[in-house]
Design a binder for this molecule. Structure first.
Ligand SMILES: C[S@@+](CC[C@H](N)C(=O)[O-])C[C@H]1O[C@@H](n2cnc3c(N)ncnc32)[C@H](O)[C@@H]1O
Length: 179
């Protein structure tokens, strides 16, 4: 899993508070983060993870709560499948951790933000890149995508309380849906 332990601590608090029926993860990688989410859902005794990636890896982590979806996070087919898995009463949480270029993250924010339930979270990973404060030469990435998204949307606020450990890979990235 490619996450900061402080962020994992925050994730388990959010999952425990929000009690999602569905966590949609864009960018599965080798599957460690989806497995972590599945184990947190085991603890609250509900929910499943849809974990999306353009590629397969060998020895991917398996768990009965994880549904893998191969394809681009921004393809219409992927979105259609994800939407078909959501029931009207479901509490949905979304994690964006795929292609970190600004255009891609902005496209994901447009496509996935409406799926997030009021009171739940849309978490944009790795906004620390492009000098926020690491990897200064990355170019515009998740942080800039979030800034641009927040100018257009009044449905989400960055929950700075989730940055309480001071070190996070996701500055400005814990977006809480408020309406
Ligand atoms: C940072 S890794 C994911 C790490 C994983 N979430 C974890 O914490 O262990 C990014 C992943 O995004 C995938 N990816 C890149 N572009 C994508 C796209 N358009 N749609 C879905 N996944 C994509 C890559 O194949 C890669 O496995």
């Amino acid at each position: 899993m490619r996450k900061c332990p402080f962020d994992l601590w925050v994730y388990q608090e959010i999952i425990c508070e929000v009690k999602p029926d569905l966590i949609v993860e864009c960018g599965a990688g080798k599957g460690g983060s989806a497995l972590f989410f599945a184990h947190m859902l085991d603890i609250i005794k509900k929910g499943k993870v849809i974990s999306i990636d353009v590629q397969d890896f060998e020895n991917m982590a398996m768990h009965k709560r994880i549904q893998r979806l191969k394809g681009s996070s921004v393809s219409s087919k992927t979105i259609e499948i994800v939407k078909s898995e959501i029931k009207g009463t479901d509490t949905v949480m979304v994690v964006l951790d795929s292609d970190h270029r600004q255009e891609h993250v902005e496209a994901e924010l447009e496509l996935y933000s409406d799926l997030v339930s009021v009171g739940s979270y849309l978490i944009v990973e790795d906004s620390h890149m492009n000098g926020h404060p690491v990897n200064k030469r990355f170019g515009k990435g998740p942080f800039e995508a979030i800034e641009s998204f927040l100018l257009r949307s009044n449905k989400f606020v960055p929950d700075k309380n989730r940055e309480k450990f001071m070190m996070t890979f996701n500055p400005l990235g814990y977006l809480k849906r408020v309406n």
